[in-house]
Design a binder for this molecule. Structure first.
Ligand code: NAP
Ligand code: G4F
Length: 385
């Protein structure tokens, strides 16, 4: 009998990679998708097959984290061995605009799912997508023992969900784990998170479709890793003898400005910075490749727009992953430089440019055997362009 998994957030970045991983391990995977008037399954279309086909192991179910009735129904009827709870309003900046909604989905959505397990009496193992954002203002490096100091409605919602998981583990003896994951990115990253916003922008600029990139706080530092590796950790946590919480990151931290410079350097553009604060500008200092005939030395291509500032910011996240290394034998395999190259290559490909190519080679070499890096969503977007 193959194991069954229920995945919330299956249409998101992590949900799509995790589903590929679970299918490669022989699981039957059930995903919760929410109703939308447009297709929102682009990240999993390449692995979806008609449920009438013999051998189908991926099934999608309508539902929403705000609807506890359907959550109980799904848990009771599917009887999953493992539940990966990745669904959330996951954008920090948006959570300041929609604090109540973020609390409802990101915080209470977790409680609804935990209650669905408890009330149905099903012995599912539970993974909670906790976040390094919960550390907030706590100084780096952060690990499992660092006190939370949330700096956004999103982070506060995740802290609530974190403690509900701990309480259900202790109170009801549930096998429930918190994976406290630091930022992880990929070509499937949502387009409004800063890394993807930058790699999409460089592709657009090279294509001549965008002239400038507007950003917020470029001094913020994050511990950025490669998403396909992080979903392996989610699975690993649920295979242990005892449930526990783990911090997962690379142990290295870079600023948004570092990320920007690496991206531009990769395509042969050197940036010079002038001005301070909101007057800071990124100017083309030199161009060492013929990739973009439209750009010239002296062009202002990066500006600061205060619209992207957050009322309260998280300045510095950097993981201490000693526990994950020792207890799970896990270590990140993709460096910051490699991550940049992978993301730029795929965004160049998406927009119809010949990628520089190093990133695609790195992906192939790293051998994430469960994914073929078929980023079908982007092929679809391209068709629409
Ligand atoms: P993502 O790409 O934004 O995906 C979020 C998923 O949640 C999507 O499938 C989305 O559905 C779904 N969702 C949103 N609202 C929902 C609702 N009301 N009901 C049901 N589903 C809903 O996020 P991600 O980057 O894959 O991250 C996965 C999880 O890990 C999230 O919980 C996030 O907060 C957490 N996390 C992420 C990181 C990171 O760096 N990526 C780090 C730490 C923790 P639609 O596709 O329909 O929008
Ligand atoms: O890419 P971001 O929006 O990610 P953020 O806020 O760190 O949150 C992500 O990682 C968390 C884990 O720590 C997850 F829990 C969460 O779900 C999400 O996946 O912003 C990164 C940094 C911030 O400091 C932000 O202020 O980049 C800064 N930034 C500067 N300009 C920008 C921009 N962020 C965005 N999204 N857009 C900008 O224009």
């Amino acid at each position: 009998m193959s194991k069954k998994a229920l995945v919330t957030g299956i249409t998101g970045q992590d949900g799509s990679y995790l589903t590929e991983l679970l299918l490669s391990k022989g699981y039957e995977v059930h995903g919760l998708i929410r109703r939308a008037s447009t297709f929102n399954t682009g990240r999993i279309d390449h692995i979806y097959t008609d449920p009438h086909m013999p051998g189908t192991r991926l099934f999608l179910h309508n539902g929403d984290l705000s609807d506890s009735g359907q959550l109980v129904n799904l848990v009771y009827n599917i009887r999953p061995d493992e539940i990966y709870h990745l669904g959330a309003q996951s954008h920090v900046r948006v959570s300041f605009d929609m604090p109540e909604y973020t609390g409802d989905i990101t915080a209470l959505g977790t409680t609804r799912l935990l209650e669905a397990i408890r009330r149905s009496g099903i012995k599912s193992r539970f993974y909670q997508a906790s976040s390094s954002e919960m550390f907030g203002a706590a100084p780096p490096p952060q690990d499992e023992n660092t006190a939370f100091c949330p700096r956004s409605p999103y982070a506060a919602a995740k802290v609530y969900a974190y403690w509900m998981v701990v309480n259900y583990r202790e109170g009801y003896k549930m096998f429930a784990c918190n994976g406290v994951l630091f930022n992880h990115e990929s070509p499937r990253r949502g387009e409004t998170f800063v890394t993807r916003k930058i790699t999409r922008a460089i592709a657009n600029i090279l294509k001549g479709k965008q002239r400038k990139l507007y950003l917020g706080n470029i001094n913020a530092k994050r511990d950025w890793g490669f998403a396909p590796e992080y979903v392996e950790m989610m699975w690993l946590m649920l295979q242990q003898d005892e449930p526990d919480d783990y911090a997962v990151g690379t142990g290295e931290s870079r600023s948004v400005k570092d990320f920007l410079e690496k991206v531009f350097n990769y395509v042969g553009i050197e940036i010079e910075w002038r001005g301070e604060g909101i007057d800071r500008k990124g100017i083309v200092r030199s161009l060492s490749s013929a990739l973009n005939p439209a750009l010239k030395v002296g062009d202002v291509i990066i500006e600061i727009d205060p619209r992207y500032f957050r009322p309260t910011e998280v300045d510095f996240l950097q993981a201490d992953i000693s526990k994950a290394r020792q207890k799970l034998g896990w270590a990140p395999r993709t460096t910051f430089d490699e991550l940049v190259k992978i993301m730029v290559d795929y965004d160049m490909k998406l927009i119809g440019l010949d990628p520089v190519g190093e990133g695609i080679k790195i992906c192939e070499k790293k051998g994430f055997s469960y994914t073929n890096h078929d980023f079908s969503l982007y092929e679809k977007i391209r068709e629409r362009c």
